[in-house]
Design a protein around this ligand. Structure first.
Ligand code: GDP
Length: 197
C-alpha cells in the first residue's frame, strides 16, 4: 500500500466523540518523545502532518487522520510525561484506556518503543495492560538509525527479555527509522493485510 492521501479529520477529547463511520482504525501510541510524530510523517510521506515537537506531552487528544479515504490513522497522546499533574494523568489514562476498550473499529495498536534506551517500566506496564485486555497490538522500535547493529541488537534483546518475564511469546515487531525510512513498507503492508483480514 502507498499513502496517496492523508487528511487531518479532527481531534477528540474522548472516544465517544470520535468519527462514527466505522472505518478501520490503526492507533499509534508510545512514551512522549519516542518518535511518534516523526514516524507518522514518515509513513504518510509528509514533512509535518503530525506535529514534531521538542515539547513532549503536548497532544492530549485523539487525533484522527483519514488515509486514502479508506482507514483512520489515530495519533494518541504520548504517555509518561512527567510534567503532567496527577489529575491530568488520571484523565489521560481514562481517555487512552477508554479508547482501546470502546473502539471496536480499532484493528491494531502500534506501540512505539525507543530502541536506544533500556526497557522502560511504563512501556512494559502499558504493553501488559493491552495484553491483559486482549487488545491487538504490535511493537514498533523507533530511531534504530542511531545505534550500530550490534548495540541495537543487544538493546532490543534486553527489551524482549523484559517482556518475556511476563509473556510466553513476543508480539510481532517492526524495526523502524524515520530518518532512513526503514520499516515503512513493512508497516504499511501489515496495515493493508490486517485491514482486509
Ligand atoms: P513524539 O514526541 O513521540 O511525537 O516524538 P518526535 O517525533 O517529536 O521525535 C522526538 C525527537 O526524536 C525529535 O528530536 C526527533 O527529531 C527525534 N527522532 C524521531 N524519530 C527519529 C529517528 O527515526 N531517528 C533519529 N535519529 N531521530 C529521531
Amino acid at each position: 500500500m502507498d499513502i496517496h492521501q492523508a487528511d487531518f479529520v479532527g481531534s477528540y477529547p474522548k472516544p465517544g466523540l470520535c468519527p462514527t463511520d466505522r472505518r478501520a482504525e490503526f492507533a499509534f501510541i508510545g512514551r512522549s518523545n519516542v518518535g511518534k510524530s516523526s514516524l507518522i510523517n514518515m509513513l504518510c510521506g509528509r514533512k509535518s502532518l503530525a506535529h514534531v515537537s521538542n515539547k513532549p506531552g503536548k497532544t492530549q487528544l485523539l487525533n484522527y487522520y483519514l488515509i486514502n479515504e479508506e482507514w483512520y490513522l489515530v495519533d494518541l497522546p504520548g504517555y509518561g510525561y512527567a510534567k503532567r499533574s496527577k489529575k491530568e494523568r488520571r484523565g489521560f489514562g481514562k481517555m487512552i484506556n477508554g479508547y482501546f476498550l470502546e473502539r471496536s473499529e480499532m484493528y491494531c495498536a502500534f506501540v512505539l518503543v525507543d530502541s536506544n534506551i533500556p526497557p522502560q517500566d511504563i512501556d512494559v506496564e502499558f504493553i501488559n495492560w493491552l495484553g491483559e485486555h486482549g487488545i491487538p497490538f504490535v511493537l514498533v522500535y523507533t530511531k534504530t538509525d542511531r545505534l550500530n547493529q550490534r548495540t541495537l541488537d543487544e538493546n532490543l534483546d534486553k527489551i524482549r527479555n523484559k517482556l518475556l518475564e511476563y509473556w510466553t511469546h513476543l508480539p510481532q515487531e517492526f524495526i523502524t527509522s524515520s530518518r532512513t525510512g526503514e520499516g515503512r513498507d513493512e508497516v504499511l503492508t501489515f496495515i493493508e493485510n490486517t485491514k482486509q483480514a
